[in-house]
Design a binder for this molecule. Structure first.
Ligand SMILES: [Zn+2]
Length: 123
């Protein structure tokens, strides 16, 4: 993955577009606090504050957007088309998760019981 990305950046540098890529990567680096995507590239939804992982094709779309004269200074500048795409992919993931029963999640029917037995009547 990482090597792929480096190769891609090299290729872009040859064609003279390296500064756009660099800007996009700089802006879209996970703004933190570090999320489950582990320091990768994220778009933080300004409304829900949720992190959406950005893959290479998302970043590529952003580079295209900037090359066409778009401005990408903050996560608020992410174009609607990409937001919609990220939201759609997020929905897809949720649907997949619903279909596969996940036994590793804690049982909501079983609240943690606070066992706190005090020695009673010792005095
Ligand atoms: Zn993140």
């Amino acid at each position: 993955m990482l090597a792929d990305r480096d190769a891609q950046i090299d290729a872009e540098q040859v064609s003279g577009q390296h500064s756009v890529w660099r800007d996009v990567y700089r802006v879209m680096r996970c703004p933190g606090p570090l999320c489950r995507h582990d320091g990768q590239y994220c778009w933080q939804d300004p409304e829900s504050k949720r992190h959406h992982r950005l893959k290479t094709h998302h970043l590529k779309a952003l580079v295209k957007y900037v090359e066409r004269g778009g401005v990408l200074d903050t996560h608020d500048d992410v174009p609607d088309s990409l937001r919609e795409q990220l939201h759609a992919e997020e929905d897809l993931r949720h649907e997949k998760r619903k279909k596969t029963p996940d036994s590793s999640t804690s049982n909501p029917m079983c609240p943690p019981i606070d066992i706190n037995v005090l020695p009673a009547g010792s005095s």
